[in-house]
Design a protein around this ligand. Sequence first.
Ligand code: NAD
Length: 483
Amino acid sequence: MTQIQNFIGGKFVDALQGATLDLVDPSCGRVFGSLPESKTEDVDAAVQSALAAFSEWSSLGPVHRASWLNKLADAIEANLTELALAESMDTGKPLSVARTIDIPRAVSNFRFFAGAILHDTSEAYVDRPSVLNYTLRQPLGVVGCISPWNLPLYLFSWKIAPALASGNCVVGKPSEVTPLTAFLLSKICADIGFPDGVLNIVHGAGPSAGAALVAHPDVKAISFTGGTATGKTIAKVASESLKKVSLELGGKNPTIIFDDADLEAASNAAIEAAFSNQGQICLCGSRILIQESVFERVKAKLVNGAQALTIGDPLDPETKIGAIVSRDHLDKILHHIEIARQDGGRVLTGGVRVAQKGRCKNGFFLAPTLIDNLAATCTTNQDEIFGPVATLIPFKTEGEAIQIANGTRYGLSASVWTKDLNTANRVSEALSSGIVWVNCWMHRDLRTPFGGVKESGVGREGGTYALRFFTEAKNVCIKTTSL
Ligand code: NAD
């Protein structure tokens, strides 16, 4: 059995009250360990360690901090096999995905921000004859990083890396559903002698450990990725102490296929966008908008594409669709499919649990599901389901596509398929969305702004945006005798 512990001040400790939560492998429903159910006092101990480490870490300077981040990246890379297996076991995602996407991206996150901090610049304003203004960008102090279960180490490191690079000390709170790779990261920190207290990791449930971190008076900022409802709660609590918040929240993203698109490429990408990671990516395209004249053709391709995906044991290299992350989440998705049926939705494929044999017979597997015949305004087309469920919605004109695409409370990403550059430009401009991909999906350049509008979030991550979030700008104005 795996016993996860908190990592505070460079030491591995249990929760002070000794309570634990179960670790479950969703591919077989088996409890394989436990994690600490931390409370306010555990979070406080972590914050105190971070405070104690801040002065030295923030004075190290970018070159030394970058060197530590690169050491972390190297050590993650050296442990890729173990980390990928842990990520697959914790989340139910195919091992091949954890090995080729999740863990390599965690390595890239640390390497990227190690480089970014060395190239970060600041402004100076010269007002002749004798005034010089320049901007100092100073770390905030102790910051909290709270991450979700869908891309555990990938998203945890996406927050931690810029926070540390900018000179902050971190208290991280990974999802209680998938804490294993964050725990392995703390072991890596200990192995490479990462400075004590600079990165602390506290495990536990959101409403206790997470909430305590958000409410802590010595935590200067919260970088959060998770659900919109949680984001709103965090924003309220953080406002009490006027903490900075970065909120990366849910999505109900449209894939828009115009009739002039390369329909083969668009359909393949729509399938990938709908079902990657079992549809559990905030950027998944869960509404597929198809121009009426090609609706039936694209529908047939999509149904074939969904049925061709191999569902099975995440450890099998042939598997494309692994397990849903938990029993609760599986039930939630099935409930959404039931609502779609009640609203007149036609389930074109999937919509049911898939029984596995052998090791995975008690696992949480669900067939990739496509549904049509639903109004764009119904619950299924409005609420984030966050599972392998996508709807097909016909549209006649560009204007109608934009109206449907923008007609939810979310605005995270969109994928637009057309060969016409003018259509691509017009639609990209009109979409209420933080990210628009044209003739592609999920291409990520870590320098670009990442985030959503409306209820998909507040603020941007990525490159300079993250470095700005984790620093405070101070203007220094010097009056000199001459310049
Ligand atoms: P969640 O909101 O339930 O939990 C996310 C994290 O917040 C977990 O660590 C949890 O313990 C913690 N938490 C829960 N309640 C808290 C509270 N009151 N105070 C402080 N922390 C609290 O989300 P989830 O179910 O883990 O993840 C799925 C959601 O995340 C989906 O909505 C998905 O769209 C979203 N997501 C968004 C992005 C993005 O970049 N926009 C990326 C990935 C996932």
